[in-house]
Design a protein around this ligand. Structure first.
Ligand SMILES: NC(=O)c1ccc[n+]([C@@H]2O[C@H](COP(=O)([O-])OP(=O)(O)OC[C@H]3O[C@@H](n4cnc5c(N)ncnc54)[C@H](OP(=O)(O)O)[C@@H]3O)[C@@H](O)[C@H]2O)c1
Length: 355
């Protein structure tokens, strides 16, 4: 296939390009040229700005035909509409990377692709930090309006794996496999009780493979794309982290929600992946219905594989100025002092399923 990737050089897009080249696809990148081209002459690299109001805009995309566009870096409907419209006569399909953040009400588990999505109070708003979900939803609408049955809108959950700039999953890998990367940490790690709390995530490489497979099969429409609801719990994640950490792995202190809240641990950021019950409006984000994606080919590798590869990447990355939002070692020590270590919880046997 001939593919045009709008973006492609940071995290998810980088894995898309790796996977596409691995399958023998021809890849063109369109970026501002700020992040490096990791593939040299193996890709065609076009430079511009996807915002048509910022010179040189989309001029580099004036010519060329592709089987599909993969848009990994669209956040604002005006901007997404510009590339979608410009390319429509010359491309087969347009795949837009959206997010499960589109949902209006994520308080309940089991949201499927038909669940209501957020609307912008002010349709002209472009404040991505404030209206990320509704803006993504509006981008989906723009792509669907222009491409009809040639549109694919993919809604990932938490994307993890090597090159993840958000360092959320990376915190857990560092805490258990490379604790020195987090500064002076003790031999016991705070983990949020209960161990049965469900988690959902998707390895960027599995997501990339799924997206390319959908394009190749001529699929269209909208897909939630993360691991199956209740496939994994925090206990499964922690068991895989302990196994990966080996002799480096800290002992576990499963700490109840009240203690974490009392120590002002920020949901999701302070302890990544932790959504406490006090954050009820987001409870469903870890139990999204991905039946459609699983049916149409989404497969998830085992947690151990994602952890091992993320650990290998962290070991060679420059880790200065990272993990600024996670709980500090001082807070971790204070929590441990307030919540004395309990005997280790029962570890899951083999509940980590490969799909
Ligand atoms: N992380 C998660 O857990 C998560 C969850 C759900 C959905 N998502 C979505 O997944 C996607 C992940 O993105 P990624 O950063 O990993 O993608 P990526 O394609 O690997 O990196 C972003 C690319 O966009 C390019 N870019 C940025 N601004 C540009 C502009 N104005 N014009 C042209 N190119 C531009 C960057 O290169 P230059 O800087 O050189 O321009 C870079 O190549 C996002 O759409 C995000 O909303 C993420």
């Amino acid at each position: 296939m001939k593919l045009l990737v709008l973006g492609g050089t940071r995290f998810l897009g980088r894995h898309v390009v790796d996977a596409a080249l691995g399958r023998g696809d021809q890849v063109t990148l369109f970026t501002r040229g700020q992040a490096p081209n990791h593939w040299g002459d193996a890709v065609k690299a076009l430079i511009g700005n996807r915002d048509p109001t910022v010179a040189p805009g989309l001029a580099a995309l004036a010519d060329g035909r592709w089987d599909a566009v993969i848009d990994t870096c669209g956040y604002v409907p005006r901007v997404v509409r510009a590339s979608a419209r410009l390319l429509e006569p010359r491309v087969g399909r347009y795949l837009f990377v959206s997010s499960i953040s589109v949902f209006t009400d994520a308080s309940c588990p089991g949201l499927d692709e038909s669940a209501p999505v957020g609307a912008l109070a002010d349709p002209a708003s472009e404040e991505v930090g404030k209206h990320y979900g509704p803006l993504k939803a509006a981008c989906e609408v723009a792509v669907s309006e222009i491409y009809g049955t040639r549109a694919l809108n993919i809604r990932p959950g938490l994307i993890v794996g090597p090159h993840d700039p958000t360092d959320r999953f990376g915190y857990w890998v560092a805490r258990f496999v490379h604790p020195h990367l987090l500064g002076a940490r003790g031999g016991t790690a705070v983990v949020p009780a209960p161990p049965s709390r469900p988690i959902q995530l998707i390895d960027a490489r599995d997501l990339a493979t799924f997206m390319l497979d959908l394009i190749a099969s001529g699929a269209s429409g909208t897909y939630n794309a993360t691991s199956s609801a209740r496939q994994w719990s925090f206990a499964d994640l922690v068991a895989a982290l302990v196994a990966a950490g080996g002799t480096n792995a800290p002992r576990l202190a499963w700490v109840d929600e009240a203690t974490l809240v009392e120590h002002k641990v920020t949901p999701w950021a302070g302890l990544p992946l932790w959504i406490p019950s006090s954050f009820a409006e987001a409870a469903g984000f870890m139990e999204i219905d991905c039946t459609k994606a699983q049916r149409d080919g989404l497969r998830t590798r085992v947690l151990a594989a994602t952890i091992a590869d993320t650990a290998a990447w962290l070991a060679q990355r420059a880790n200065a100025n990272t993990w600024n939002d996670v709980l500090t070692s001082e807070t971790e020590f204070a929590i441990l002092a307030a919540a004395p270590e309990r005997p280790p919880q029962q570890r899951p046997k083999s509940s980590e399923r490969a799909r």
